[in-house]
Design a protein around this ligand. Structure first.
Ligand code: PLP
Length: 453
C-alpha cells in the first residue's frame, strides 16, 4: 500500500533507470534529509548511504561549508557564463586547480554539468580535432562491454550495456566495444590475470587492425568500471592495453567520473591503476554532488588544434549555458579545499584495508560468487551455484531482493544485474564500515533464504 507521497510520486515523476511497469506498485523510498553518511526517509528512519548517492556524495551530508560556498556565490554573482568574451573568477580558479591536480600534463578545462555531458564533449572533441588535424577518417571510438559513460546520444553509445542501446537506436555507428576485462567472469580456465590482460590487449590490437588503425581515434575507459558492476581491471591490464593504443596513435580518454577525487585513495584512479590518459572526464565528487558539475581536462595538443581551427573557421561551436556555472564552480573549489585541508584521501587510504577485508570476507557467503573491489568501492556478485558461477534466474533475482532487504536493515546499496555494489562516502568511519557490512551480511542471509527456499 503506497503512502500519499509515494502515490503522488509514481503518478507524476518519470523515474530514471527504473522498471516503469513495476514501480507504480512498489513505490519509491522517499528521502527527506541527511547527516554524515546517514540519510533519513520521510518517516524518520535512518539508512547508511552505502552508495554515496550514486557514487558521488563523497563528503557526506550536512557540510555547512559547501552550503555557505553556494550561498555566498549566489549572493555575489549567481550566474555568469563563459561564452564569447566573458568569464568569472570561480571558473578561472577551478580550471587552474584541476590543471594542477590532473593525472597528465593539462592545458585547459572545459566545463559542463554532468558526466554524460563530459563524455559527450569528449566524443565531439575527438571528431572536431581530427577534422582540424586533417584526419577526417580517424573518428571511431572504442569503449568496452559493460562500461558506463552516461546517457546522452554519444555517451550512451559509449556505454557498453544493452539497456542503454536497445530501442534507443544506439550505439552511433562510429562506436565499437572491446571485451570487458572481468577476469572472474571471462578468463579462460586456468588463465592468470596477467595472461588475461595480455590476451585482451592482443584482441584489441586485432580489433583495431580489422577496423583499420587509420579509422580509430580514441579508446575510453573508466579506471575501475563502476555502473557495469564494479569491475577492477586485472593485473597489468592498462600496461598491456596502452602500448597497443600508442602503436596505432589512438588517444586514451580516462573517464574519472567515479574514480576521480579520492575513491581509490588518490586524486585520480588513473594514477592508481597505471593509466596515462590524454584527456580526462570528471563530475560527481568534484562537488561532492552538492550541485551538478562536470569537466573535461585537455592537453596542449588538443588545445592547439582547437585554436588552429578557430583561426580558420572562427567560433568553436560547443558549450552549455551552464558551462562553468559560478555556483557549481564555487562549491567545487570548496570541495577540493576540504579534500586537502581535512586530508580526506589519507583517511581513505587508512580505511581501505578494513573496507576491503570486510568486503572480501563476503566471498564465503553461500550465494556470493565473487566479492571484488579496490579502494573504497566494491561489489558482491550473487550466484545460484558457486562452482559453475550460474546466476539466479529472473524469478529469483537475488541481488534486487538483497538490496530491498538491505533497505529494510537500514542500508542503501545498489543492484547491478546480479551484483550488489557498495560505494560509501569517503568520510565513513571504521565503526560505520563495520555497521554497513553487518547490515549487508544480514540482508544476504535473508536473500539466500528467499532465493533458495
Ligand atoms: N561516467 C561514469 C564512469 C559514470 O559512472 C557516470 C554515472 O554514473 C557517468 C559517466 C555519467 O554521469 P552523469 O550521470 O552525471 O551524466
Amino acid at each position: 500500500m503506497l503512502t500519499n507521497l509515494q502515490a503522488r510520486d509514481v503518478a507524476t515523476v518519470l523515474h530514471p533507470y527504473s522498471n516503469l511497469a513495476t514501480l507504480p506498485e512498489q513505490g519509491t523510498l522517499i528521502l527527506e534529509r541527511g547527516q554524515g553518511v546517514f540519510v533519513h526517509d520521510v518517516d524518520g528512519k535512518p539508512y547508511i548511504e552505502g552508495m554515496a548517492g550514486l557514487w558521488c556524495n563523497s563528503l557526506g551530508h550536512g557540510r555547512e561549508e559547501l552550503v555557505e560556498a553556494a550561498a555566498e556565490q549566489m549572493r555575489r554573482l549567481p550566474f555568469a557564463h563563459l561564452f564569447t568574451g566573458k568569464s568569472h573568477d570561480p571558473a578561472i580558479a577551478l580550471a587552474e586547480k584541476l590543471k594542477e591536480i590532473a593525472p597528465m600534463e593539462a592545458a585547459k578545462v572545459f566545463f559542463c554539468s554532468s558526466g554524460s555531458e563530459a563524455n559527450d564533449t569528449q566524443m565531439k572533441l575527438v571528431w572536431y580535432v581530427n577534422n582540424a588535424l586533417g584526419r577526417p577518417r580517424k573518428k571511431k571510438i572504442i569503449s568496452r562491454i559493460k562500461a558506463y559513460h552516461g546517457v546522452t546520444i554519444a555517451s550512451a553509445s559509449l556505454t557498453g550495456l544493452p539497456n542503454n542501446h536497445i530501442d534507443f537506436d544506439l550505439p552511433l555507428s562510429s562506436v565499437r566495444h572491446a571485451a570487458c576485462p572481468h577476469h572472474w567472469r571471462f578468463a579462460h580456465e586456468g588463465e592468470s590475470e596477467a595472461e588475461f590482460s595480455a590476451r585482451l590487449a592482443a584482441e584489441l590490437d586485432a580489433q583495431i587492425e580489422a577496423e583499420g588503425p587509420e579509422t580509430v581515434a580514441a579508446f575510453i575507459a573508466e579506471p575501475v568500471m563502476g555502473a557495469g558492476g564494479v569491475i577492477v581491471p586485472p593485473e597489468g591490464y592498462f600496461a598491456a592495453i596502452q602500448p597497443v593504443l600508442e602503436k596505432h596513435e589512438i588517444m586514451l580518454i580516462a573517464d574519472e567520473v567515479i574514480c576521480g577525487f579520492g575513491r581509490l585513495g588518490e586524486w585520480f584512479g588513473s594514477s592508481v591503476l597505471g593509466m596515462t590518459p590524454d584527456t580526462v572526464s570528471v563530475a560527481k565528487a568534484l562537488t561532492s554532488s552538492y550541485v551538478p558539475l562536470g569537466a573535461v581536462i585537455i592537453p596542449d595538443w588538443i588545445d592547439d588544434a582547437l585554436k588552429a581551427q578557430s583561426a580558420k573557421i572562427g567560433v568553436f561551436g560547443h558549450g552549455f549555458t551552464y558551462s562553468g556555472h559560478p555556483v557549481a564552480a564555487a562549491v567545487a573549489l570548496k570541495t577540493l579545499e576540504i579534500y586537502e585541508r581535512e586530508d580526506v584521501f589519507s583517511h581513505v587510504r587508512a580505511i581501505i584495508p578494513q573496507f576491503q577485508r570486510r568486503l572480501k570476507a563476503l566471498a564465503d557467503h553461500p550465494i556470493v560468487g565473487e566479492a571484488r573491489g579496490i579502494g573504497l568501492v566494491g561489489a558482491v556478485e550473487l550466484v545460484a551455484d558457486k562452482r559453475t558461477k550460474r546466476s539466479f534466474d529472473a524469478r529469483r533475482a537475488a541481488a534486487a531482493k538483497a538490496v530491498a532487504l538491505a533497505q529494510d536493515e537500514g542500508l542503501i546499496v545498489r543492484a547491478i544485474g546480479e551484483a550488489v555494489s557498495i560505494c560509501p562516502p569517503l568520510v565513513i568511519s571504521e565503526a560505520e564500515i563495520d555497521e554497513l557490512f553487518d547490515r549487508l551480511a544480514r540482508a544476504l542471509d535473508r536473500a539466500e533464504e528467499w532465493a533458495t527456499r
